[in-house]
Design a protein around this ligand. Structure first.
Ligand code: ADP
Length: 359
């Protein structure tokens, strides 16, 4: 495990007047890079061969490092180049998924702008739940066995297939029936059933709340929110009920986009408090807790209570809606999450406190 001292040692060799912000070319890289440039940092993208087009055509990067495969981000050459560029790396969902937690924790000796030690806590379901429970946030009830299903539940499967093969059912019998259909359709395997995560289906509206924990300002900001646009469920629900029944299609919840949304103003009080509580819990787990962006994925019920079904302990994909309305209120201009990260770093550079933001 790479510890913080090792990273601070690397940082001590950096020229902090000539820093780069680097990230993997995927997920939220566009506005991370753009934000870096806007705040006067060099913007560096590490792109997989064949996936450079958006970064080139939209002209957001000062330098593009092309690798054969994303996991080569941890190769000696790329790490060396990143350190030469005085690069701080913004971790995001694709960085975690493609590079992998083990490599990030054990092999990636480049300063991460964020808390690398919390990435496992947001990625592994049992750890994520422990963090949420420590924060005292409401979470959907989890069922240990399909035999216990006594209400609508969502059945989820782990791994990279993300949302494929998920289904909803309300009884043990319906679980068996739908699981069988999913296996026949080739969406899941018999083995997957063992690892199925069965969770109460919370009926309400989806808000994925985009937070920023600022160590420089000592605050937790709500900057914006989105809801998910998922295929094929969002297409399926556009069919009249009669035709849905006739069609006999299996739903999937594969993310394909994000839709900006705002919350009823009176509910913001709750959302700020929830963010504060999660930050406190994250501090207990690994000092200094979340650094910069994080996200709570919630469902708001008819009693106007928020249930958290997932968190991102780093920048979340929903920030791609770019315009974050509460960031506009706070700063009086368009501040994307990428730019917010760079603004924080700018303050840290000016105060000589970059070490506080990296792990
Ligand atoms: P993500 O794709 O962000 O990892 P999940 O895979 O956990 O999210 O869930 C996919 C979708 O299913 C979410 O966008 C959400 O709308 C819905 N969902 C997840 N968990 C629940 C739940 N417990 N109750 C109701 N809807 C849920």
């Amino acid at each position: 495990m790479i510890d913080r001292d090792e990273i601070l040692e690397v940082l001590s060799g950096y020229d902090t007047d000539d820093l780069s912000i680097a990230t993997l070319g995927s997920h939220t890289a566009l506005h991370i890079l753009k934000g870096a440039k806007e705040e006067g940092f060099r913007a560096v993208a590490v792109c997989e061969e064949g996936r450079t087009t958006p970064y080139e055509r939209l002209d957001v990067a000062d330098e593009i490092i092309v690798v054969e495969s994303f996991e080569d981000m941890v190769s000696d050459d790329v790490q060396e180049r990143l350190r030469e560029l005085n690069a701080l790396v913004v971790p995001h969902g694709s960085f975690v998924a493609y590079v992998g937690l083990d490599r990030i924790e054990n092999e990636f000796a480049v300063p991460i702008l964020g808390n690398r030690f919390l990435l496992r806590w947001e990625s592994e379901r049992s750890k994520e739940r422990e963090l949420l429970e420590r924060a005292g946030l409401k979470v959907p009830k989890v069922f240990d066995s399909p035999d216990d299903i006594d209400r609508p539940v969502m059945v989820k499967f782990p791994g990279a297939r993300g949302g494929r093969g998920y289904f909803i059912c309300s009884s043990p019998e319906e679980f068996e029936e739908k699981a069988r259909k999913m296996i026949e359709a080739g969406h899941i395997t018999e083995d997957d059933l063992e690892t199925a995560h069965i969770e109460e289906y919370v009926v309400g509206t989806n808000f994925c709340v985009q937070y920023f924990r600022s160590l420089m300002e000592d605050t937790v900001e709500v900057l914006g929110m989105d809801r998910r646009y998922e295929t094929n469920i969002d297409g399926l629900v556009r069919m009249p009920a009669r035709d849905q029944l006739e069609a006999g299609l299996e739903p999937s919840y594969v993310i394909s986009g994000n839709i900006p949304v705002v919350v009823r103003e009176s509910l913001l009080v709750q959302l700020f408090e929830m963010g504060d509580r999660l930050v406190e819990a994250s501090e207990e787990i690994h000092e200094p807790g979340f650094i910069g962006p994080f996200c709570l994925q919630t469902i708001c019920t008819e009693d106007l209570e928020f249930y958290v079904f997932e968190i991102s302990g780093r920048i979340d994909g929903g920030t791609n809606v770019m315009f974050l309305p509460y960031a506009y209120l706070k700063f009086g201009e368009v501040v994307t999450m990428g730019r917010r990260i760079a603004m924080e770093l700018r303050v840290a550079v000016d105060r000589g406190e970059v070490d506080k933001l990296v792990t």
